[in-house]
Write a protein that binds this ligand. Structure first.
Ligand code: APR
Length: 235
């Protein structure tokens, strides 16, 4: 732990990739025990085809998730990352999460690779509307003839090009890269830790072994909230 702390605190350019391991805020992961994709069908809920087939089903689910996110509280891991950012000149946080918990914990240089649930966008005219409340299921149709959809990256869709470009540029200059709470199963986000940070010392933090564990420099088998605050406390 002492070595990891020194590496992180001495780093000149720190990049962090996070995933649904923010389970500590009471939100389910996707593939772990009780994970979202164990109880719901990806094809129906997180694909353009599923949305075209039954937009009300999709919005019903995203409204539930939006409410759960709003009710959740950032964990010690979220706050520790915001604090790490305040101590680093060059710090970038890229998340696969759409729950806005990093933002609510005070993270600023944040890249939401898989979108967010604070807004909806129209499929017809790219208009946007805030999602301060659940979207009424009788308001899915937009006046332009398009439909309001969650501003989320669904399976089979490309990541937002600007967000992806920002992420790989920041990863390319990182000397230390933290991979926190992700199974490393979903690409291209998972490839940031292996392909786009050639000179970085990569540290994984996850209570379980993942698809990335063999490819990183150090893999810490622990929960994010037990390790990240530790990185802040002087030795
Ligand atoms: N601390 C750190 N890691 C944790 C914790 C914790 N307290 N609790 C669980 N984890 C780890 C699990 O061991 C698992 O490896 O978090 C990981 C969650 O993995 P997934 O459920 O696969 O979530 P994620 O990797 O974020 O999924 C990537 O897939 O479904 C899509 O778009 C969705 O962004 C998501 C993407």
């Amino acid at each position: 732990m002492k070595q990891l702390r020194e590496r992180v605190l001495r780093s000149t350019s720190l990049f962090v990739l996070t995933g649904a391991g923010s389970a500590e805020s009471g939100l389910p992961t996707f593939r772990g025990a009780g994970g979202v994709w164990r109880t719901h069908r990806v094809e129906d809920l997180a694909s353009p085809e599923g949305f075209a087939r039954d937009p009300a089903l999709v919005w019903g689910w995203y409204n539930e998730r939006r409410n759960a996110h709003a009710a959740a509280v950032p964990s010690a891991a979220h706050f520790a990352l915001a604090e790490l950012e305040s101590r680093h000149r060059d710090f970038t946080l890229a998340t696969q999460n759409v729950d806005s918990l990093h933002l609510r914990a005070g993270s600023r240089n944040l890249i939401e690779l898989h979108g967010q649930l604070r807004e909806a966008r129209c499929t017809g005219c790219a208009a946007r509307r805030p999602l301060d409340e659940p979207l009424p299921l009788d308001a899915i149709e937009h006046e332009c003839g398009g439909r309001w959809r969650p501003d989320i990256v669904w399976f089979g869709e490309p990541l937002p090009p600007q967000a992806w470009q920002r992420a790989i540029e920041a990863a390319a200059r990182a000397d230390v890269l933290l991979v926190v709470g992700t199974s490393g199963m979903v690409h291209p986000a998972a490839s940031i830790a292996t392909r786009f940070a050639p000179q970085a010392y990569v540290i994984e933090i996850n209570p379980e072994t993942t698809a990335l564990s063999e490819q990183v420099d150090a893999s810490v088998r622990a929960r994010a909230s037990d390790v990240l605050p530790e990185l802040l406390t002087p030795a």
